[in-house]
Design a protein around this ligand. Structure first.
Ligand code: HEC
Length: 113
């Protein structure tokens, strides 16, 4: 438990240590790696209903998710056969930029109150 809390704390610090992303740079990265091929051309209409919508999602959440795929089986990581390969070439700056870009897009994700 202590280890887990330390890991969570460290990842929060390392995420906030990176400067905020740039949406224009993020669009270039998304185009380069064809993220739309699965998540949909507007990132709001994924090709399969089990694939997540990214448009309008919170920036921090997106950056956190992408970083978790990079960690893989490690503490606070995500292991997914598809996304593990997708995030491999991404730098931390790419991740911040992608998060800023997807966040800036109009989407249908809603917070229910
Ligand atoms: C081959 C299809 C495919 C491609 C290409 C792809 N993704 Fe994904 N993506 C998925 C699937 C499937 C999931 C859900 C995985 C899971 O269950 O953890 C996912 C999940 C995600 C998530 C987590 C969303 C959430 O709500 O937790 C993010 C962020 C993401 N992808 C970003 C990207 C980015 C950025 C790229 C391009 C570099 C990309 N994806 C390319 C299929 C793809």
């Amino acid at each position: 438990m202590k280890k887990l809390i330390t890991a969570l704390f460290c990842s929060a610090v390392s995420l906030s240590a990176v400067a905020g992303g740039n949406a224009t740079a993020g669009k270039a990265v998304a185009d380069k790696y064809s993220c739309f091929a699965c998540h949909g051309k507007d990132y709001n209409t994924p090709i399969d209903s089990s694939y997540p919508k990214l448009a309008g999602q919170h920036k921090d959440y997106l950056a956190h998710a992408l970083t978790a795929y990079k960690r893989g089986d490690g503490a606070n990581g995500r292991n997914n056969a598809i996304m593990t390969g997708q995030v491999k070439p991404l730098s931390n700056q790419d991740i911040q930029d992608l998060a800023a870009y997807f966040h800036s897009l109009p989407g249908t994700l809603a917070t229910h109150r």
